[in-house]
Write a protein of this length. Sequence first.
Lengths: 257, 269
Amino acid sequence: MDKAKAHIDHNKKVITIRGLEKSFEDYAVLCGIDLDLYQGENLVVLGRSGTGKSVLIKLISGLLKPDKGTIEVLGQDITKISEKELQELRIRIGFSFQSSALYDSMTVRKNLEFPLVRNRKNITREEIDTEVEKVLDAVGLSQTINQMPAELSGGQRKRIGIARTLILNPEIMLYDEPTAGLDPITCIEINDLINEVQQRFNTSSIIITHDLTCAKSTGDRVAMLLDGKFQRVGTFDEVFNTDDDRVKPFFDYNFIQ
Amino acid sequence: MSKTNTTSLPEEKTGVSLKERLAEFFADLYKVHLFVLRFFKEAFVPPFEFREIVRQCFEVGVRSFTLITVTGFIVGLIFTKQSRPSLSEFGATSWLPSLVSIAIMRALAPLVTALIASGKVGSSIGAELGSMRVTEQIDAMEVSGTKPFKYLVCTRVIATTITIPVLASYTAFIALLGGYLNVSMNEGTSYTTFMEQVFEPLTFLDFTASLIKSIVFGFTIGIVGCYQGYYSTKGTEGVGKAANGAVVTAMFIVFIEEIIIVQIIGNFR
């Protein structure tokens, strides 16, 4: 499916990152990242394994603390807010994990209900069921409602993972390697789903990947992360229409594959 | 590399390693201290996870019930059987019920229950939380606005703290039944007489001490299991280490606590 034109509001930034630095012991992963994500935009962060792509979205969601710099999400600097404020902010951010991170002791229904029940007090049984059916329908997996995560395929797990984040109606979606480990057909389905989520739920997204097909079909903008910094940011063609020796091999290798 | 260098390297390495190990030990101790403080900070602040606590109590009870029944009965039976020859030398076999009851109530029931629960419940908590950490399920809870520490750790620690004393009481009852079987087969003592003799030497302090011990052991098993699992390192190896660490550390601490509590209670006798 071709990417439909997104309604991006370039006057409204939902994420603003300035001078972000993160090291693990002596290993500097991010060395001064600056980034803006606009309302309604899908931004793809590309880079080789170990360049700090996943670290970046874990910093945005507050799972990791930065060494330096500011991360403003929906108008709040997450490096300065209290634990309670961070918890409230997280409800507005959906995080789709690389491993899907489904609660393996719960059925699909319970997995989807879990964030809803815990964040919306006084919600009725009927409302819960309606919400669960709505997100399951959105990811096209209504038939799996009573299955356990272990009974699902990799692609189905990814979809349920996305459905679980959608149930709280997030304004921002963070996708960590959404197509990793999936066959090409399922990859296309997941890419379509990411675009559908952007259109249907009006979300702004950061998509972490090293899959160029995913980047091309889902990204409104692409940011190339190399040596702890964004070396190139722009549309897919702008980023890869280059003779830069650090960027070009990545593009060539992916398409040879 | 010169000969001098190769011979001096291992010495340097050992020195650093010992220093590192000590630093690691104190860092771990500090982390455990923070973990326990965090438990008290979060466990008694609403919202309370009553449903999950009840579910965990049920899990802890069910997981250990069969093993505790069998072990408790055998401990009571064997202890009575092994004590008989020594007492019969002095013609004091009539003291057997009293001896058995004191041994079971004061030491065996809480200790045996704690050791079995360390193996069954502690390892299970360690492995479960470790696996959740490795597969990013704990992170998923955190980013979906749920407090995973409260939901996963507080509920399990409260459940073990409540359930282990109940299981210890059950172990005492079953062990006494085992003791009764032996006494009844050898002396033909009736159940009523046996029970009268069982309760005769027991004081309020014995029951209180046993209860306090079980509560402390239950708390320890829960905290150690959760700590090992919650801070499990990445990978399947980490899950195994968490499960193993939960059992070994909990058993070790339970024995130390047993010694300390016995000394403290001894001062009140």
